[in-house]
Design a protein around this ligand. Structure first.
Ligand SMILES: Nc1ncnc2c1ncn2[C@@H]1O[C@H](COP(=O)(O)OP(=O)(O)O)[C@@H](O)[C@H]1O
Ligand SMILES: [Mg+2]
Length: 378
């Protein structure tokens, strides 16, 4: 029936109590159904919802493990909290780093101590932990390793910030995420924000930068400066970079404490080799000094690869001996069991290490030639 055809008195007549309740009930059911349908459609259309939910669950799990439950975090802070690192999960200690004793002692005095002995430095503005520390030097020389050891030794909360965590396709979201890095760190303090390969994230600003990136960098810097104004703020940014010349000069200014982690010297190489080979079954005549002399220009990570390759020669030998024995067995007398190879790997010898070194020198020569032919663009 159309409204015009409805009798006047029916429209003007006051509703009875049950009619009013019925109408209210119908209205609220209709409202609820509309609300949940719109919400469901919005959720279904939001492509990043699942990712956000995953990050939220991960963050909650991590925070429970670390023991910082009960904090009220915003949605953006939750997605940053997914990058928290549980110091107890980090296996690297100072003892796993060789040849960098001076750097370690310096780091312990200037970075770890102010965090650990907060009560001593409370009344001195000058003795506060630095707001920014930069580890720089050639690749593979132990920067990330040092950062892991710092995370474990400092006892602070540690956010391993990856640039991808701050990027979002929606305009303005990156800025919100950047702001939440600092607000989360302040809530969790004492806290270290670690940015590995900081040059890729906070590189020199240029006119070609995308507007969102430029705004994010500017905001990062101003929030970083803001840490100074907060009383007793225990938040530090730790950066690591192979190319400090590419890091924005304004960022470098905010990291006055820098540690150069150079290519290891002969003595350092010997110490690194010693450390890497600790616990391995070694022949008594291995001469690490000779190896250290012959590995000029090798980084810690190259030395590790070299030792790994040398260790594999033993495995190859073992497999070959087993195969040979299996082939020869039918040709031998039944009870000749003495020839059976032992079920253990032989000790690692100097020859293994030298063979691995030759192989590595060769491959390094090939890569160096390729780099000269096709110089890297960055
Ligand atoms: N000083 C060192 N002592 C022991 N191992 C080292 C050292 N430097 C490098 N390494 C080895 O090289 C690997 C790579 O080092 P990493 O810290 O990631 O280098 P980067 O300086 O590029 O961050 C480490 O996992 C470790 O095995
Ligand atoms: Mg690294």
């Amino acid at each position: 029936m159309i409204l015009g055809e409805t009798p006047q008195d029916l429209l003007l007549r006051p509703l009875t109590r049950s009619q009013a309740i019925g109408m209210l009930l119908r209205l609220s059911v209709f409202g609820a159904v509309t609300y949940f349908s719109i919400k469901w459609v919005c959720d279904a259309l939001d492509p990043s919802r699942e990712e956000r939910q995953r990050l939220k669950k991960k963050a909650q799990r991590l925070m429970k493990k670390i023991g910082v439950e009960g904090l009220i975090l915003t949605e953006h802070e939750m997605s940053i909290a997914a990058h928290l690192v549980n110091p107890r999960d980090i296996k690297v200690t100072w003892n796993d780093i060789a040849g960098l004793d001076d750097v370690i002692a310096d780091l312990q005095d200037t970075v770890i101590l102010p965090f650990q002995k907060r009560h001593l430095f409370k009344h001195s503005k000058l003795c506060q932990p630095p707001k920014g520390v930069l580890l720089h030097g050639p690749p593979g020389c132990g920067k990330t390793l040092l950062a892991k050891a710092i995370a474990r030794a400092s006892g602070c909360q540690f956010i391993n910030l990856q640039p991808a965590a701050l990027t979002d396709k929606w305009y303005g979201e990156s800025q919100k995420l950047t702001a939440s890095v600092f607000s989360l760190a302040t809530k969790l303090q004492p806290c270290i924000i670690f940015i590995d390969e900081i040059d890729s994230f906070l590189r020199n600003r240029s006119a070609l930068d995308h507007e969102a990136t430029a705004m994010m960098k500017a905001q990062f810097m101003s929030l970083w400066d803001g840490l100074d104004t907060l009383p007793d703020c225990q938040v530090m940014i730790l950066g690591a970079s192979n190319r400090p010349q590419d890091v924005d000069s304004a960022i470098l200014r905010r990291m006055p404490l820098t540690f150069q982690i150079c290519q290891p010297t002969q003595q350092q190489r010997q110490e690194i080799l010693q450390l890497i080979l600790t616990g391995e079954n070694m022949s008594h005549v291995v001469n690490l000094n000779e190896l250290a002399v012959r590995t000029e220009g090798y980084s810690g990570s190259d030395l590790r690869e070299l030792c790994r390759d040398a260790a594999m020669y033993r495995v190859r030998d073992y497999v070959r001996k087993q195969q040979m024995w299996l082939v020869m067995r039918p040709l031998k007398v039944a009870d000749d069991k003495e020839d059976k190879p032992t079920d253990r790997l032989r000790p690692m010898t100097q020859l293994d290490l030298l063979l691995a070194l030759d192989k590595m020198n060769e491959s390094k020569g090939v890569t160096a030639a390729a780099t000269l032919q096709h110089p890297s663009l960055d």
